[in-house]
Design a protein around this ligand. Structure first.
Ligand SMILES: [Zn+2]
Ligand SMILES: [Zn+2]
Length: 564
């Protein structure tokens, strides 16, 4: 709720550095660090948390009571979700969108596309033909110009997770899960599908009916459709006990995967229906999706792989690849601490959180000096190294590596100098600016970083933000060859905004034998859960665990690292 308030307040003409925005940000950070459930606190207790002011405390209490606040409602009314989406597009921002709105009455992406087509945007001050072309290219790259509306996975996940959490508490619901595009981890999601197990559909229907984030749209048999306040359709379908797992299987899709399975069940003499699988007119009951696949003689297919890309035939032959799973992960090699300007947890907090995940090794990779606000000087890095060494004593079962996230500049150069960079145990090099260079320049600068002996891996390869900023233009073929030649690892970044390298690129990398590393790029202890999203992206790319360096036991990993 505070995140939304911050975003809307900025759109409402407040500067990012204004007092109001800063106050909300301070409160959000303080509450994120608060060790207990802050929603149970009174006004007085809230204000006692350093960073939370009186007016913010009141907004939190109002939100807890009513599911919204007057201020939030006012801003939501003034700036509907479509308008907010416009401001999030790279190269637009609140000021430009405001201009487009007052001059051309544009308040959503379709209207913007119309105006570009009719050459109206170029007539505005500060914009011109160049800006117009650029906007169109960005919209195309972000796939926002398609008739079929898609939503970034990060937005869809947030809604789905909060609905599942809220509805889990309803007593007539015995099982609930989100399915569809989201469970298959597609980067852009058409709608949210939720499957509910219940033996009392009528009670459940009325219980989920009034949710502050949803508006009722339509009802059809055992299915209800809502529109979320972010305009993402939410489709809920009810299944009785015994058919729930068939329901999650059916609604996870993809349509093509289900079609192939359906053909197979027909060949075997089953009757495949939306409500369940029938054998001799009797609907079968399953205790898991695994049982469904087993019943029809197939190896279990991970949800992320159900895209009809050959997985059904392979599962029939028992030849599915041994894809990486969350239990294989032995370390996380991209952590920021409050040593970085944008990190919000301390060294100790990050180490403790990693230990609770059972990791054997982690790397602290705070930003190097090139990132002006977020980076660290040499002196700061040396002090950091000592702090990490001192902390190691407290973690006899987990190796703490002193690392760095190096910034790849426009020419492929890196922070500090080569001698200094050699003090790091582990490095990840990544792109943080100059997103507009040509494909040749982009490929060249990353290949140069790959060839540097002090670089161990490449982070968030394309720099994209899904639905907001297209990735840089790269020749993937050349890049993968370089990674292979210099034996460097390609990161799959688990942040839902990034998922970078994408599952498609990961699949190409795999087929060439390029090593991969799945990281969270955590800036706060709460980011550690991103490992699941990274692993899911890897599964979508059919990534074999053998090639993922952070599934290796420490000895194997460190031997590889030190052989450079
Ligand atoms: Zn980065
Ligand atoms: Zn990072």
């Amino acid at each position: 709720m505070l995140d939304e308030l911050i975003e809307l307040t900025i759109i409402d003409g407040q500067d990012k550095r204004s007092f109001k925005v800063k106050a909300y940000q301070k409160a959000r950070n303080a509450l994120e660090d608060f060790p207990r459930d802050f929603t149970k606190l009174s006004e007085k207790e809230l204000i006692e948390i350093s960073g939370v002011g009186k007016s913010t405390a009141n907004q939190i209490l109002e939100f807890k009571l009513t599911g919204t606040t007057k201020k939030l409602d006012e801003l939501r009314e003034k700036y509907p979700h479509e308008y907010v989406m416009l401001t999030r597009i790279s190269g637009l921002g609140p000021k430009t969108v405001n201009l487009l709105n007052t001059e051309l009455n544009i308040s959503n992406i379709d209207q913007l596309l119309d105006a570009i087509e009719n050459q109206k945007v170029r007539t505005l001050p500060r914009l011109g033909i160049k800006a117009e072309t650029k906007m169109l290219q960005t919209l195309e790259k972000l796939r926002l110009n398609k008739a079929e509306k898609m939503f970034p996975i990060a937005d869809a996940f947030q809604i789905a997770e909060s609905l599942v959490q809220d509805w889990e508490r309803i007593t007539s619901i015995s099982n609930i899960s989100y399915c569809g595009d989201l469970r298959r981890m597609k980067e852009q999601v058409g709608e949210i599908k939720i499957v509910i197990e219940t033996s009392d559909i009528d009670t459940t229907k009325s219980n989920i009916g009034d949710h502050p984030e949803l508006n009722f749209d339509s009802e059809n048999g055992n299915q209800i459709t809502f529109l979320s306040i972010k305009k993402i359709p939410v489709i809920v379908e009810f299944y009785p006990v015994g058919q729930y797992h068939f329901g999650t299987f059916f609604h996870t899709g993809s349509d093509l995967h289900i079609k192939k399975i359906k053909e197979r069940t027909k060949d075997l003499g089953f009757n495949f229906k939306r409500s369940g699988l029938q054998e001799k007119n009797k609907t079968l009951e399953f205790n898991s999706e695994k049982e469904i696949y087993k019943k029809i003689g197939l190896q279990y297919v991970e949800p992320e792989m159900r895209e009809a890309q050959g997985e059904v035939d392979l599962s029939l032959e028992g030849q599915l690849p041994d894809v990486v799973s969350i239990n294989d992960i032995k370390g996380d090699l991209h952590y920021h601490t409050d040593r970085s300007g944008d990190g919000r947890s301390s060294l100790n907090e990050m180490a403790a959180a990693a230990e609770s995940k059972g990791y054997e090794y982690i790397a602290f990779t705070d930003h190097g000096e090139d990132l002006k606000i977020n980076g660290s000087t040499r002196e700061q890095m040396l002090e950091h190294k000592d702090n990490i060494n001192n902390l190691q004593v407290q973690y006899p079962n987990m190796k703490l590596l002193f690392g760095c996230e190096l910034n790849i500049d426009a020419n492929g150069n890196l922070d500090y100098d080569k001698d200094f960079r050699e003090i790091f145990d582990y490095t990840v090099a990544s792109v943080h600016s100059h997103f507009d260079l040509s494909q040749e320049e982009q490929t060249m600068r990353i290949v140069k970083a790959v060839s540097d002996p002090t670089v161990n891996s490449i982070g968030h390869l394309t720099g994209r933000y899904i639905g907001k900023r297209p990735g840089i233009d790269l020749n993937i073929e050349i890049l993968l060859e370089a990674l292979l030649k210099f034996d460097k690892a390609l990161e799959i970044n688990g942040s839902l905004q990034r998922l970078d390298a994408s599952s498609e690129i990961a699949k190409q990398a795999m087929s060439k034998g390029v090593k991969l590393v799945i990281n969270t790029d955590s800036h706060h202890v709460s980011d550690l859960q991103r490992m699941e999203f990274g692993v899911s992206t890897a599964k979508r790319g059919w990534v074999n665990k053998e090639l993922v360096i952070n599934t290796w036991p420490y000895q194997k990993f460190i031997t590889w690292l030190n052989n450079k």
